[in-house]
Unconditional design. Structure first.
Length: 501
C-alpha cells in the first residue's frame, strides 16, 4: 500500500491522526486513537518482556523528560546533535541537506561537512525541491533539540530530552547503589524523545515528538561474557561497509560465529545482534527477506558510537529499507562525559577489587516507526477483505465476542465478555450487523480470535457450554468449551521471552 493510502486507512480506523487535526494539523506530531494506543502499549510490553527479560539485572525506569542544560552540554548534544540544513532564498523553505541531495546521493549526507555538501550542491547545479530555484543557502548545522526557559526567572535553560538514553546514564550511579553492585547492569527506558526535525515527513518516521524504547547495558569492558555458543550458528542478514562501498544494497546471510571469527566484531556485540534480530522476526513477525542489518561506517556513525548496525525493514509504503532501531556500542563515551560534566567519578569498584568505568551497549528501538512498519508489512487487502495479520501477542484487541442473534444470545455473550475481560484480556463486544460484517471489522483491527455465542451454546447446558472460535488467519471455525477458552486464549496470546543469558 502507498503511504497516503495506508495513512488514510489507519486514520479511518482510529489508529492515528495528526495532532490538532481541526486546526490543519501540526508538522511531525500525531495522536494515537484507541487502536493505535492499544497497539503501542502492546509493542512496549513485548519489547520489555524480550529485552528487559534478557537478564535478572535489567530494570525499567520512568525518568523525567526535561534535562538541565548541563546534561546536554556534557553529553555532546548541545554541540553535535545537528542536522545540516539548506534553505531556499527564493521561497524560504528549509530542507534537510539530505533531501536536497537525494537524487545525487541516495545514501544520505552522514559524514559530509557543510563545505562538502555545498560542493555537491554546486557541482550538480541542484535546485530547491519546492520551487526549483538555484538560490540555495550555504548549509548550516541546525541543532535538533527543543530548548526551554526553565523556572520563573527564565534564566535557567533546560531541554526536552532528544533520546531516552541520557536518563539511563544519569541514573547509573543510583542504580548501582540500588542494585547488586554487579555488571552487566541494564537500565531500560520507554518514553518520549523530542527533536525539532527540520523537515518532518513520512508520517511516523520523522516526528518531532516520538517514543523510544532503549536499553543501556553497562558492562565491564574486560569481561562481558555471553553464552555465545548458543547463537554462533544463527545466520544474520548483514550489509557490511566493504560490500556497501561496492554499491551492494542487498544483505548477505552470515553466521554469527563468522561475524566474530573473521568479521572482527566482539562476541558480546554479535550476541545482542542475534537477540535483536530474533525479536524482529519472532515477536514482530517481519519477513526475513525484508530485514537488513546495515553497518554504519566511521564517518556515518553517530558521534558517540564505536560500532553501529541499524535494523532496517523494507517497507512498500515508503519505497525502500527504513531504519527502525539499532545496536550501538557506545564505549565509555557517556559515563566519561557525564563524569566530567558532573564532577563525579562514575567508575565502580567490582568484587575483585578492580575499579572500572563501565562501557555501554545500547539497544535502541523506535516504537512509532515499528507501529507503522507493522501496518506496512502486515496490513493488506485480500479480495474484498482487509486483514491486519498482526502477531496475536501484539493485537490491540485480541478477542471479539458476538451474539449470533443479538436478542437471543446477547445476555450470555455480554457475561462471557465480562468474564474474559476479568482475566486481563482486551475484548470487544459487537452485536451490530451481520456476523460477516463483524468478522470483517475485527479482521481490519487485527483481532486474531472471534467468539460467537449461538443457540447451541445455550442448549449445551451450564457445564458443557460451547462457542464457535474463529481464527483470523485461517478463517477456521472450531467448537470450543467455554471453560477451556481462557487458557486457550492466554496460550495463544502469550508474549515470547528470550532465553536468559
Ligand atoms: N539513543 C540512540 C538514538 O537516539 P537514533 O538513531 O537517533 O539513536 C533511535 O534513534 C531510534 O529512534 C531510531 O532507530 C528510530 O526508530 C527512532 N527515531 C529517531 N528519530 C525519530 C523521529 N524523528 N521520528 C520517529 N522515530 C525516530
Amino acid at each position: 500500500m502507498k503511504s497516503d493510502e495506508l495513512f488514510a486507512l489507519l486514520r479511518r480506523r482510529g489508529v492515528l491522526w495528526p495532532t490538532a487535526e481541526i486546526y490543519g494539523g501540526a508538522q511531525g506530531l500525531y495522536d494515537y486513537g484507541p487502536l493505535g494506543a492499544a497497539l503501542k502499549r502492546q509493542i512496549e510490553e513485548a519489547w520489555t518482556a524480550w529485552f528487559v527479560g534478557l537478564s535478572h539485572d535489567y530494570y525499567r525506569l520512568d525518568p523525567a523528560e526535561i534535562l538541565p542544560e548541563a546534561v546536554v552540554r556534557a553529553s555532546g548534544h548541545l554541540e553535535n546533535f545537528t542536522d545540516p540544513e539548506v534553505s531556499c532564498e527564493n521561497c524560504h523553505t528549509a530542507f534537510r541537506a539530505e533531501t536536497v541531495l537525494e537524487k545525487v546521493r541516495p545514501e544520505g549526507v552522514d559524514g559530509l561537512s557543510p563545505a562538502q555538501i555545498a560542493e555537491v550542491v554546486h557541482a550538480n547545479h541542484l535546485r530547491c525541491p519546492s520551487c526549483g530555484s538555484t538560490a540555495l543557502s550555504v548549509p548550516r548545522p541546525f541543532n535538533l533539540m527543543f530548548g526551554l526557559d526553565f523556572g520563573v526567572t527564565g534564566k535557567e535553560r533546560a531541554y526536552l530530552r532528544p533520546e531516552t538514553a541520557q536518563s539511563s546514564y544519569l541514573a547509573f550511579p543510583r542504580m548501582w547503589d540500588v542494585g547488586r553492585h554487579a555488571l552487566p547492569l541494564g537500565i531500560a527506558v520507554i518514553g518520549k524523545a523530542y527533536r525539532n526535525e527540520i523537515a518532518p515527513r513520512q508520517v511516523l518516521f520523522r516526528m518531532r515528538s516520538f517514543t523510544q524504547a532503549e536499553l543501556q547495558i553497562f558492562f565491564d569492558p574486560d569481561h562481558f561474557v555471553v553464552p555465545f555458543d548458543r547463537v554462533a550458528a544463527e545466520a544474520l542478514p548483514v550489509l557490511r561497509v566493504p560490500r556497501r562501498e561496492k554499491g551492494e544494497e542487498t544483505p548477505e546471510w552470515v553466521r554469527a560465529g563468522d561475524l566474530v571469527a573473521t568479521g572482527n566484531l566482539p562476541e558480546f556485540y554479535v550476541y545482542h545482534l542475534v537477540h535483536t534480530y530474533r525479536f524482529y522476526r519472532e515477536v514482530l513477525g517481519y519477513p526475513a527477506d525484508r530485514i537488513r542489518l546495515f553497518e554504519k561506517s566511521d564517518q556515518e556513525r553517530a558521534f558517540y558510537n564505536r560500532i553501529q548496525f541499524d535494523f532496517e525493514v523494507r517497507l512498500d509504503s515508503l519505497g525502500g529499507y527504513k531504519e527502525l532501531g539499532a545496536v550501538h556500542y557506545r564505549g565509555d563515551y557517556d559515563l566519561s562525559r557525564h563524569g566530567e560534566g558532573s564532577g563525579k567519578d562514575l567508575s565502580v569498584t567490582l568484587t575483585d577489587g578492580r575499579s572500572v568505568r563501565p562501557h555501554v551497549l545500547e539497544l535502541t528501538f523506535g516504537i512509532d516507526r515499528n507501529l507503522w512498519a507493522l501496518a506496512d508489512t502486515h496490513l493488506g487487502t485480500e479480495g474484498e477483505r482487509t486483514v491486519w495479520r498482526l502477531p496475536a501477542c501484539l493485537a490491540p484487541v485480541p478477542v471479539g465476542i458476538f451474539p449470533l442473534i443479538p436478542k437471543a444470545h446477547s445476555a450470555y455473550a455480554l457475561r462471557l465478555a465480562d468474564e474474559l475481560a476479568a482475566t486481563g484480556l482486551a475484548v470487544r463486544y459487537d452485536d451490530a450487523g451481520t456476523i460477516g460484517k463483524r468478522y470483517a471489522r475485527m479482521d481490519e483491527a487485527g483481532t486474531p480470535f472471534c467468539v460467537t455465542v449461538d443457540a447451541e451454546t445455550l442448549a449445551d447446558g451450564p457445564s458443557r457450554d460451547t462457542v464457535t472460535l474463529r481464527e483470523r488467519d485461517t478463517k477456521a471455525q472450531t467448537r470450543v468449551a467455554v471453560r477451556d477458552l481462557p487458557a486457550r486464549l492466554a496460550d495463544a496470546l502469550r508474549l515470547p521471552r528470550p532465553p536468559r543469558a
